[in-house]
Design a protein around this ligand. Structure first.
Ligand SMILES: C[S@@+](CC[C@H](N)C(=O)[O-])C[C@H]1O[C@@H](n2cnc3c(N)ncnc32)[C@H](O)[C@@H]1O
Length: 235
């Protein structure tokens, strides 16, 4: 665990440096964007603003990234998919934590999010991140190869959740796990940020959908002030 904290602390410094540099892109390629469908969900506003919000330094106070990473207990060599990775806020430190023997599929419908993830991966000096430009209705992951699927603040975006979660289940190795972190329903007035209340899904509803898809909850953490954090394994 201390190794993960050390690695993520290193990553935090790299990330901060990248932000200070104003997001310049180095010439190196981490990996080609796979797929290129991107025809589904589109954020209606400006993507640059969306990225900036996800990278807002104040996010650390409630997102507690290092604590989340420590709780995940990632092991060197682990193969992780970050579904709805956004600008790589979790995907890139995970790539550092699992090391060169491990792998991260950074999955998103939005190519610009993947470009930003690739930029952060290059800044962090990792080459084990595969950028997957998925379709809205399909995460585009290989069958039976993923140890851990992480979904942060994204589950509520999936259009047909039962079908999507079935595909996620197929991607897992036997005994693999799915971790979902999402907002505890609250209005914008109450929280001041986050998705509209009507898009937020209570933990109990997610549990029921996961059980229907052949998962069972095996653990949860309550150190995040704004989100539930639940781990599921396949039955
Ligand atoms: C609120 S952001 C969260 C990003 C990242 N997980 C984080 O915590 O910083 C949601 C992300 O999910 C992506 N997304 C939306 N629908 C998706 C889908 N059906 N499959 C994969 N990604 C999706 C969006 O493009 C966006 O980058």
């Amino acid at each position: 665990m201390s190794r993960i904290i050390r690695l993520t602390a290193k990553f935090t410094a790299v990330w901060a440096a990248a932000l200070c540099l104003g997001g310049c892109v180095s010439g190196e390629r981490v990996g080609d964007v796979q797929g290129g469908h991107g025809s589904g969900h589109r954020h209606r506003g400006d993507i640059g603003e969306y990225v900036a919000r996800l990278e807002e330094p104040s996010r650390e106070s409630w997102q507690k990234r290092d604590e989340v990473l420590a709780a995940l207990g990632l092991k060197p060599g682990e193969r992780v998919a970050d579904v709805g990775c956004g600008p790589g806020y979790f995907a890139v430190p995970i790539a550092v934590a699992v090391g060169p023997e491990g792998k991260v599929w950074a999955v998103d419908v939005e190519p610009k999010m993947l470009e930003r993830t690739g930029q952060h991966a290059r800044e962090a000096g990792v080459s084990n991140v595969e950028l997957v430009n998925c379709r809205e209705d399909d995460p585009g992951l290989p069958v039976g190869r993923v140890d851990t699927i992480l979904i942060v603040n994204t589950y509520h975006h999936f259009p047909n959740r039962a079908a999507y979660v079935a595909k996620l289940r197929e991607a897992l190795v036997p005994g693999g796990r799915l971790v979902n972190i999402d907002f505890i329903p609250k209005s914008r007035d109450e929280r001041g940020f986050g998705p509209p209340l009507k898009m937020q899904i209570p933990r109990e509803a997610v549990d029921a959908e996961m059980v229907a898809a052949g998962f069972r909850p095996v653990g949860s953490y309550d150190f995040l002030p704004e989100q539930y954090f639940v781990e599921y394994v396949t039955n």
